[in-house]
Design a protein around this ligand. Structure first.
Ligand code: IPD
Length: 268
């Protein structure tokens, strides 16, 4: 039987709120959060809150729906047999969390046969929750959201992000140097899922980033698409690690062509 995306979303929202409380309570309990491990580079950090939140999310989702698969940023990989797989970032924006900058999120997406059908992005510091099911629009705290409609690159407020690897960051800085004079301004807030939700809500006109993992992207991309945003790679490719470009249809071609001309999907 095909799972109901609305039911998957309800479960994801409940679990994201529960994980968000854990993450926020742990942050409030101490002045400084301890780094428990590093991943790709010494600045790609993991805290005990990331690990504890992922364990909670995994436990709650799979006890409600045994048989589902799950892919989590902190290492959870469960191969399911139900056709539903969850893609989870327990804390997107871990560096913001470390510094107590209120710009991080619990991101949970439900995929059916590899396609995201429901997604939630919850910022436990602000209390805001974006939620979407495919074909039924995107909501921020229950209110429908829509992209800005911006149609001029030189008036566009563009969010972006950087990877953890220093060679990649140098290439990203070169691209940014060429983008900055051509747009209204640039924002780097530090959580890809919230950047995508920001485009969905009209807080930014566009977003691009190279190097995103599935857990950074899955839920936020659905929220953005359901708010009228095109979320793609270069030349109509699917968005992914090479590059993610998100903008409304009136702005997308100009940003896409600029990024393509700058080789933004390559590391220099
Ligand atoms: C990171 C954030 C950041 C983006 C990086 C991501 P993490 O996720 O989303 O904004 O620039 O590419 O890796 O490591 O905080 O979960």
């Amino acid at each position: 039987m095909t799972p109901d995306p609305g039911a998957l979303l309800d479960l994801a929202v409940d679990v994201a709120h529960e994980a968000g409380r854990l993450v926020r309570d742990r942050r409030d309990a101490v002045d400084r959060i301890t780094v428990s491990a590093t991943k790709s580079t010494p600045t790609d950090v993991v805290t005990e809150s990331d690990t504890a939140a992922e364990a909670l999310i995994r436990r709650r989702l799979l006890s409600a729906r045994p048989g589902d698969g799950l892919l989590g940023e902190e290492g959870a990989t469960v191969t399911g047999g139900s056709g539903v797989a969850w893609v989870v970032d327990p804390i997107d924006g871990t560096v913001n969390y470390l510094y107590d900058i209120p710009q991080y999120a619990v991101s949970i997406a439900a995929q059916v046969d590899g396609r995201t059908v429901a997604g939630v992005v919850h910022n436990p510091a602000s209390g805001q929750t974006w939620a979407a099911t495919r074909g039924r629009g995107a909501r921020l705290d229950g209110r429908l959201v829509r992209e800005s409609g911006c149609d001029r690159l030189d008036r566009a407020l563009v969010a972006t992000g950087f990877g953890y690897d220093s060679a990649r960051r140098a290439a990203q800085a070169d691209v940014l140097r060429a983008v900055l004079p051509r747009v209204r301004d640039v924002r780097r807030l530090g959580a890809a899922s919230l950047d995508l939700c920001g485009v969905a809500t009209g807080w930014f006109d566009a977003y691009y980033e190279r190097g995103l993992a599935p857990w950074d992207l899955a839920a936020g991309a659905l929220v953005a698409e359901e708010a009228g945003v095109l979320v793609e790679g270069l030349g109509g490719a699917a968005p992914g690690p090479e590059i993610v470009i998100a903008a409304g249809p009136a702005l997308f071609p100009a940003l896409h062509d600029l990024l393509a001309s700058l080789g933004a999907s390559r590391d220099g």
